[in-house]
Design a protein around this ligand. Sequence first.
Ligand code: HGY
Ligand code: MN
Ligand code: MN
Length: 396
Amino acid sequence: MRQWQDFMNLERWVDEMGNVHGRVEGANADAEALLIGSHLDTVVDAGMFDGSLGIISAVSALKAMHMTGKLGQLRRPVEVIAFSDEEGVRFQTTFLGSGAIAGILPATALKTTDKRGMALEDVLKENSLEVTEESLSKLKYDPTSVWGYVEVHIEQGPVLERFGYPLGVVKGIAGQTRLKVTVRGSQGHAGTVPMSMRQDPMTAAAELILTLESLCKNPEEYLSDGGQCGDDTVKSLSSSLVCTVGEISTWPSASNVIPGQVTYTVDIRAMDDTGREAVMYELSRRMYQICDKRSVSCNIERKHDAGAVACDAELSSQLKSAAYSAFKRMEGDIQGEVPVLMSGAGHDAMAMSHLAKVGMLFVRCRGGISHSPEEHVLDNDVWAASLAILSFLETL
Ligand code: HGY
Ligand code: MN
Ligand code: MN
């Protein structure tokens, strides 16, 4: 990315949170800037398009304008940002890069530690990035200097492939909550403690996780009587509520020891924030009941919350027209309406929506597979994405 930025002599810098910026002022340096980009980090054992496609399609569109001498005609400054940490894999938070730019990252985040107990600020220092509370606060962009934020991203779902479309426009992004659950019991000898006398956090965790699954599969069975939220909310939950336990660890993790402690992560998503809160309330209520019944203790730590985000209607319709013009530039016209869809996956646009209006363009991916080495995007669809961004920049 840096070579491309140099090639186009973009103004280029890396900020204290490790975000990589490339900016071109265009014909009117005083106008509000378009920010465009995505994240450069990935999950473990990831594919090669999640995040990176949004950065590459933005840079390649600018490169095409540079090659045709149009870069100077941009009616407003355009800044490509490759965000340093969106996935939150290492610190169980998310949007560390975009949150700093949007001004929503609390200084306390610098003290967040990874599994080895290393603090974020020390990891940044190890990568020669000195960040302090003061320098972090200075990374926040002035909202009056930003026109909007656009992100191109793989869909990470099966809808565009099902519809036979290379591109789609995102209507909104689901809200999400991440928990760290620690269940503590009494560690003991696998051979001598009778089943009736055990306080086993492993079997308790198993029951907790299956309860979570059942609640997320059938929210109406759990929520309608308690009155935490209305029937409409419960109904809307049924179509969008998802939960995942992605990580679990136990101590001391030996086959002949009844564990003393089990820790696991919970990731809950829904399009409706009220519904998600009602699920959180009901889930924690049942978790404490189960732990009491099993005489184990349970600690539920809320590691991350991000409210659902609606994309800007006008920006979305501009992206839709850009998608059409991309289809026209490619072989043959693609009939029918460019699909408009919701995103169950989180994106930097959630953080950036605190700074400016946001719009997202989705790109079809094979089988909707993501967060896996099987992730794949057709060359033609990568081309369509960059052409759409090029058309969008030309009409900016
Ligand atoms: O987890 C997500 O939704 C995104 O990939 N960070
Ligand atoms: Mn991801
Ligand atoms: Mn992503």
